[in-house]
Design a protein. Structure first.
Length: 585
């Protein structure tokens, strides 16, 4: 696959000698920012004072203080220097052109060759006004130089990557052997040679390998392959957010889907009904399970692959980020001989990981622990795991009744989905079993009303419930581009913030490491409701949700939003991220 010519966003007009000889009057950066209203006089004065101490450029100081974002600064600097300014990204760099400028010269002059149109070479420069450097670059490359402005720290981050031997953009199969992903032999049905032969000699195998390898290395949780009218779209869910990573040609889509079906031992001739399968692969000496799901759409089959990498998750309750004030109470709940412990939250909030961590904590040769899940995501030692589903002969409720005849001490139910499962779970908790399960509710108190809505009597809930853990996952600030900033006063008021309204918070500005999101990694927010005597009395009396919530707060409980604000104050996440995940009207 050859590297396509990248069309520049701005007119390709190299600086003429006449223009270079005339140095227009340059307005000061601070004056331009003041005139636009980007910063105020007091903020500029503060930045100038800090610049004098740090001996850095004013623009870098403003970025560090969070007074201006990267795009605004680039636009203003471009106006000041009378040159185009770009947000430098890997996709703007043509690998075939980079080495026209030797690396030593690129590092010495803080310059990076981006792309060439005929004899005009566009070069990203931290100082595009340095005519002496431009002359030298023209002599080295033999091209007319069109300088564009980029931020120095962004260029320094990307430059080493561009000179790596395997650097490629939009060339999926370059430098990737077909055996990069090792598929377990028993997952390939060798009788399906037609599709194998169809894929051999084409980029399809390498393309699929590239998707899997990239997903594993970027800690992707799900890979989405979606058909489109002109091209397919591949998106990866990283840190809970979908991100587009590739657009294969439309005619590749059926063959890619067929390749994945072969790997997952699915029926390649069936295109009208959904199918589910599993692929076990080895990537970088790591065992990875891919849960494959296909769905027919009007444009073709959509494929979603859940990436299950045991090494990327921890089942250690102490390492999940549960607040210290809650951790011991959670452990005490799990040591109860019987009762119901619930974990609540939306899909993708880490509920299953919390349950697995709880099982790892309490498992013992002296306990019979049985789980019933749809599907089983990770296999745990010393634990009997049962998989159920719509296609299986056994349902959640039916499987749970069967488990109760297996003399269990601890039962983990993947999810309480219906009234029948809820009734059997409550009954098991009341008859001497510790039952762990999940529910989809907004907070911990909402689990009580959810069970009521399923038809469970209030007095049974009060007798069985030990506690509820509500949780969310928030994206943490990228350590490579984090910067302080002052959030708007309106946001602080909306969040009912009780601290210093003039304090700084931390957020990510976006960089190559975090793919311009400003976030890298996730941390949990937890809300714990425990069943005190007062709480049990209120539940049995069938009081409303607000009364239960007041009791929860009065006995020392906190909300997810309060926990999130603490995380933001500690500099782990931005206030915007906390508001997105934990704020409810």
């Amino acid at each position: 696959m050859t590297m396509p010519t990248l069309a520049p966003e701005l007119p390709v007009t190299p600086l003429s000698r006449a223009r270079r000889s005339v140095a227009p009057h340059r307005q000061r950066l601070g004056s331009l920012l003041l005139r636009e209203g980007t910063i105020g006089p007091e903020e500029l004065e503060s930045a100038l004072a800090k610049q004098h101490v740090d001996q850095r450029q004013l623009g870098e100081t403003l970025l560090e203080m969070g007074l201006v974002d990267e795009r605004t600064l680039l636009r203003i600097l471009g106006q000041q220097l009378r040159v185009p300014a770009v947000c430098l990204r890997e996709g703007l760099v043509d690998p075939a052109v980079v080495r026209l400028l030797p690396r030593t010269k690129a590092e010495a002059h803080h310059a990076l060759a981006m792309f060439r149109v005929r004899t005009v070479l566009t070069v990203a420069m931290a100082d595009p006004g340095n005519l002496q450097v431009i002359d030298e670059l023209e002599r080295i490359t033999g091209c007319q130089i069109r300088p564009v402005l980029v931020l120095r720290h962004v260029l320094e981050q990307l430059l080493p990557r561009c000179y790596e031997d395997n650097f490629c953009v939009d060339s999926v199969t370059a430098d990737m052997p077909a055996d990069m992903v090792q598929v377990e032999e028993d997952t390939i049905d060798l009788s399906l040679g037609d599709i194998e032969s169809l894929s051999e000699g084409s980029p399809v195998i390498n393309l699929v390998n590239y998707l899997i390898v990239t997903a594993v290395r970027q800690s992707t949780s799900d890979i989405h392959l979606e058909p489109g009218p002109q091209h397919s779209v591949v998106r990866c869910r990283i840190d809970g957010q979908l991100r587009e990573v590739l657009r294969p040609r439309r005619d590749f889509h059926p063959v890619i889907v067929s390749r994945l079906k072969v790997m997952a031992k699915l029926d390649i001739a069936e295109h009208r009904t959904p199918q589910d399968g599993r692929i076990h692969v080895r990537v970088d000496n790591r065992d990875i399970d891919l849960r494959v799901s296909t769905l027919p759409t009007i444009l073709g089959e959509k494929v979603v692959m859940r990436v299950l990498d045991r090494r990327s998750v921890t089942f250690n309750l102490d390492a999940l980020g549960v607040p210290t004030s809650y951790l011991q109470r959670v452990k005490d709940m799990l040591r109860r001989p019987y009762g119901l412990v619930l974990v609540t939250g939306p899909t993708g909030s880490g509920k299953t990981t919390t349950l697995y961590s709880a099982l790892e904590l309490i498992k013992s040769p002296h306990l019979n622990i049985v789980t019933i899940e749809d599907p089983v995501e990770y296999q745990l030692e010393q634990i009997n795991q049962v998989q159920v589903g719509a296609s299986k002969a056994v349902s959640f409720a039916g499987g749970l009744r069967a488990i109760l005849r297996q003399d269990p001490d601890v039962i983990m139910i993947g999810e309480i989905r219906d009234a029948e499962t809820a009734t059997v779970a409550i009954q098991a908790a009341l008859t001497g079993h510790l039952v762990l399960s999940t529910l989809h509710t907004n907070d911990s108190v909402g689990a009580v009303t959810r069970l009521r809505d399923m038809g469970v009597e209030s007095y049974k809930i009060a007798a069985a419930l030990v506690g509820v853990i509500a949780q969310r996952l928030v994206r943490t600030v990228c350590p490579h581009c984090k910067a302080p900033y002052y959030p708007p006063a309106e946001m602080l008021k909306t969040l009912d913030y009780q601290g210093d309204m003039r304090r700084q918070f931390i957020r990510g500005e976006g960089c190559h490491e975090c793919h311009d999101t400003g976030c890298k990694g996730r941390v949990g927010l937890y809300e714990l409701l425990w069943s005190s005597n007062e709480m049990r009395d209120l539940i049995a009396k069938d009081v409303d949700l607000e009364t239960l919530r007041r009791c929860h707060l009065n006995q020392g409980g906190t909300t997810l939003l309060q926990q999130g604000i603490q995380v933001a104050e500690n500099g782990q996440a931005s206030l915007e991220e906390i508001m997105r995940v934990a704020f409810t009207d």
